[in-house]
Design a protein around this ligand. Structure first.
Ligand code: CTP
Ligand code: MG
Length: 225
């Protein structure tokens, strides 16, 4: 079985509100990701993790849009890791999972399908893009050095794993007191191979209020989804 796990339980502190509910192209932002996973033939079941105050809101949205694959909308936790664990709790131990941030509304159904193809044939995989900017290490507002960017990638979501491997990685992290900022950072610690799928510049993460304008422009230009 192949599961989509959509994380939408953040507080949106930098955005100024829980951004998963803000309207983008006529839909609450998190619905874009749900629809991409719904439309991918590779996905069997979707679980959504939402902030406690939005669970009923999203259950209604999903019902009204006749979205079939969402089996549960569960409340998340204070940190992203807590939300991830809340979602994984309702999934079985076996199978494959794609973990995706609802803050990246422009993931495409064909990317979800390609990711599942990769994880089921070759193993864990994430979407990522090579860094093109010159990267500086800065301390107290002064440049310490330029970091060679060769081999540096920006991780995106979705990220795809065999469920037993993700569970094993999270158990190890709990034992070691490690917290990561994406799922791959947990799985890397198992020395598990993680393949890179070609990310897309348009698969932006909405972080600040001004990102909504950029996102609306991408929709208007036909570049997204
Ligand atoms: N997320 C979550 N549960 C949390 C924190 C984050 O499910 N406790 C989700 C967010 O909803 C988002 C994704 O993880 O889809 C990436 O997080 P981020 O962009 O940092 O969103 P927020 O945590 O909401 O924003 P901020 O950090 O500014 O508060
Ligand atoms: Mg956050």
């Amino acid at each position: 079985m192949k599961f989509g796990l959509i994380l939408a339980a953040g507080r949106g502190e930098r955005f100024g509100a829980p951004k998963q509910k803000s309207i983008l192209g006529g839909h609450p932002m998190a619905l874009w990701s749900i629809l991409a996973f719904e439309q991918s033939p590779a996905v069997d079941i979707i679980v959504m993790v939402a902030d406690e105050d939005s669970v009923e809101f999203f259950e209604r949205q999903i019902r009204e849009r006749n979205i079939d694959k969402v089996e549960a909308v569960v409340p998340g936790g204070a940190e992203r890791i807590n939300s991830l664990l809340a979602g994984l709790k309702v999934l079985p131990e076996q199978g494959f999972v794609a973990v995706h941030d609802a803050a990246r509304p422009f993931v495409r159904a064909d990317e979800v399908t390609a990711g599942f193809k990769m994880v089921t044939t070759k193993g864990s995989a994430i979407y990522a893009l090579p860094v093109t900017d010159t990267i500086k290490c800065v301390k107290k507002n002064l440049i310490v050095q330029t970091v060679p960017r060769n081999g540096l990638y920006r991780a995106q979501t979705p990220q795809f794993f065999p469920l037993p491997i993700l569970h094993q990685a999270l158990h190890k992290a709990a034992d070691d007191g490690f917290t990561g900022t994406d799922e791959a950072s947990y799985v890397e610690r198992l020395e598990e191979k993680i393949h890179i799928l070609p990310g897309r510049e348009e698969n932006i993460k909405i972080t600040f209020p001004q990102d909504i304008e950029l996102a609306e422009n991408l929709i208007a230009s036909g570049a997204c989804p």
